[in-house]
Design a protein around this ligand. Structure first.
Ligand SMILES: [Zn+2]
Ligand SMILES: [Zn+2]
Length: 380
């Protein structure tokens, strides 16, 4: 599915640098052109284009979603509304403010008192280990959600009864008030039913008339390899149910990455430290290094210094977009033995006696400089 998706900027025909206004105008133009009621020619084709444009606009028209898309591509904004399977009318009403009365004979349903309203989005966290980030993972998320009450099916009325039309507004959800001196009429949400148009006479015992009940939910979500801390995966329709038949909100699962005992993450690279002995550092050695993908043998060249960093290519984390792997950076820490045998001590003293000749060029020049300084001072 993700692979066949077109780039959203391409869909709307705007540059990546386009500002919010340009994006809005571009979407409006496309939606007008491809709305099945207006389009000429192939209706099915127009409908599909209309939906594709809506999908692109849902992301690019929202600064936060747009930023995620810019950073991570389609993977960063997965699980949005499935526009291809939505009703054209519902889509038009989602973005109703953009079109005014252009479609559907006078205004979308959104925002009207008592009309269909989208449910709230929910947020939760999903914890990943670095191993799961490296390989991608299937996670089970548990969360609480205010669902429609099963007893009254969300009406809030005792089973067997039903909400009745609100007597204050006659079921309209709105009341008109005469303004100053009868000069104008003001329409506001009805105070008795708060715009719903219906009131519950006999409340449902299970939800005390609210029509909602908190329930535990479990969903499975696929987290792509290379996911980053703070990024969120959006599960469309897993948020709270909408009001008056409106669509459910979304669930945003924000990624939290557990600390690893060996590795630290730097973008797509992994950094670790390994101890080596000073003889290994001086003489060179092959050492085993742990990676997220198993053990690797690494060459420590003779003359390695404390704190030096070596790179093992391709053993880092995959990039979430390209899936190209980063590297593992290995910093070596030279350990000096705390205890020595007499023989070792003897050998080291002997080594120390020859130290002048075996010193590295850098070291030599450093010593030379000190000597020069000392002799210079003694001359003066
Ligand atoms: Zn109920
Ligand atoms: Zn009312």
């Amino acid at each position: 599915m993700a692979a066949s998706k077109r780039d959203y900027y391409e869909v709307l025909g705007v540059a990546k640098s386009a500002d919010a206004d340009e994006i809005k105008r571009a979407y409006r133009k496309l939606a007008m052109k491809h709305h099945p009621d207006r389009a000429e020619g192939n209706k099915g084709d127009a409908e599909s284009k209309f939906k594709e444009a809506a999908e692109a606009y849902e992301i690019l028209g929202d600064p936060q979603k747009r930023q995620r898309y810019d950073q991570y591509g389609h993977a960063g904004v997965g699980g949005q509304h499935d526009f291809q399977h939505m009703d054209v009318e519902d889509i038009a009403s989602m973005f109703g403010d953009l079109f005014g009365a252009a479609f559907g004979g006078g205004g979308g349903r959104r925002g009207h008192p008592g009309g269909a309203q989208r449910g709230y989005d929910l947020e939760t966290q999903v914890e990943l280990t670095l191993e799961e980030v490296a390989n991608g993972s299937q996670k089970t998320i548990e969360f609480d959600r205010e669902d429609l009450c099963g007893e009254c099916r969300g009406s809030g009325a005792k089973p067997g009864s039903a909400p009745v039309a609100c007597p204050t507004c006659g079921g309209q959800g709105r009341v008109a008030q005469q303004g100053f001196g009868g000069m104008f009429r003001m329409v506001t949400a009805c105070p008795s039913c708060r715009g719903a148009g219906r009131v519950v006479r006999d409340p449902c015992g299970a939800c005390r008339g609210s029509g909602r009940k908190r329930k535990k939910h479990v969903v499975e979500v696929h987290i792509p390899a290379g996911a980053r801390e703070g990024q969120s995966v959006v599960l469309g329709g897993e948020g709270e149910p909408g009001a008056n038949g409106g669509p459910a909100g979304d669930l945003h699962a924000t990624i939290v990455i557990e600390q690893h005992e060996l590795f630290q993450r730097h973008n797509n690279d992994l950094v670790c430290q390994i101890p080596i002995s000073f003889t290994q550092a001086a003489l060179g050695a092959k050492v085993d290094v742990p990676t997220l993908f198993g053990k690797e043998e690494m060459d420590v060249p003779a003359g390695t210094q404390h704190g030096e960093v070596f790179k093992i290519r391709g053993k880092g984390l995959p990039d979430i977009r390209s899936q190209r792997k980063g590297d593992q950076l290995v910093q070596v820490l030279i350990e000096v033995p705390r205890k020595l045998t007499d023989k070792q001590k003897h050998l080291l003293r002997e080594f120390a006696g020859m130290d002048d000749v075996s010193a590295s060029p850098q070291r030599k020049s450093f010593l030379d400089k000190i000597k020069e300084k000392l002799t210079g001072e003694s001359k003066s």
